[in-house]
Design a protein around this ligand. Structure first.
Ligand SMILES: CC(C)(COP(=O)(O)OP(=O)(O)OC[C@H]1O[C@@H](n2cnc3c(N)ncnc32)[C@H](O)[C@@H]1OP(=O)(O)O)[C@@H](O)C(=O)NCCC(=O)NCCS
Length: 189
């Protein structure tokens, strides 16, 4: 079997939309909104990644996101609420492993937009894009087991628990557990 991801998606950024949301490329001017997310303690509580301290931290993330798109190792979208045009969060296939047609996802919303079904709406569109346009074979999500909102979201979308790693990740002076979830196209049927 010959299976390859579709690198044509890297020729022109795929702007997408759903009923209430628009998914577009990051712009440098999104740094302030990204900072509001990545410096917020409620958002960062289970993210096990460094909290942004300055706007430059967010600007660096935007540059690195643009770099991964250029070198075809990731594709990340800003999530815009279409009724207000506000940047409310992001979703990314932030690490694409070409030879295995596998991609790892990451996502977050500003807390004032939680609980409205926005991330389920996002995942439905971007999972469809992942299998049908990017043509990956499996999608991976790495979650802190205490992150109930994210665990619930992934299970609702039929992601399967693949592994539970005990204290495998050292962050902020502590070893924390991780759950690896994955989704295959056949899980959607
Ligand atoms: C995890 C996170 C992305 C969830 O976002 P969210 O938009 O609140 O998630 P959902 O789309 O599942 O919506 C949550 C609830 O909104 C409710 N809801 C309200 N209006 C809705 C609508 N119109 N349609 C669907 N659901 C709606 C649903 O009841 C849903 O609850 P349920 O799961 O019990 O059905 C968000 O909490 C977040 O940004 N957390 C911090 C960052 C983080 O942890 N990222 C993940 C790292 S692995």
């Amino acid at each position: 079997m010959n299976k390859e991801i579709n690198t044509k998606i890297f020729n022109k950024f795929p702007v997408l939309e759903s009923e209430r949301l628009i998914f577009r490329a990051f712009k440098n001017s999104d740094a302030h909104d990204l900072f509001l997310i990545r410096s917020n303690d409620d958002v960062m509580y289970f993210m096990d990644s460094p909290t942004h301290k300055t706007l430059q931290d967010s600007e660096k993330v935007i540059s690195s996101v643009e770099e991964t798109y250029k070198n075809q190792t990731g594709v990340n979208w800003a999530i815009i609420e279409n009724s207000t045009n506000e940047f409310i969060g992001y979703f990314g296939y932030w690490r694409i492993i070409k030879e295995h047609c596998r991609a790892e996802i990451g996502y977050a919303l500003k807390p004032e937009f939680w609980g409205r079904g926005y991330m389920s709406e996002t995942l439905k569109i971007l999972i469809d894009f992942g299998f049908n346009d990017l043509r990956i074979h499996s999608i991976e999500a790495n979650v802190n087991p205490k992150n109930e909102k994210s665990v619930q979201l992934l299970e609702k979308l039929n992601f399967k628990k693949e592994a539970y790693f005990r204290e495998n990740y050292f962050f902020n002076g502590k070893f924390v557990d991780s759950i690896i979830y994955s989704l295959l196209e056949s899980d959607l049927n």
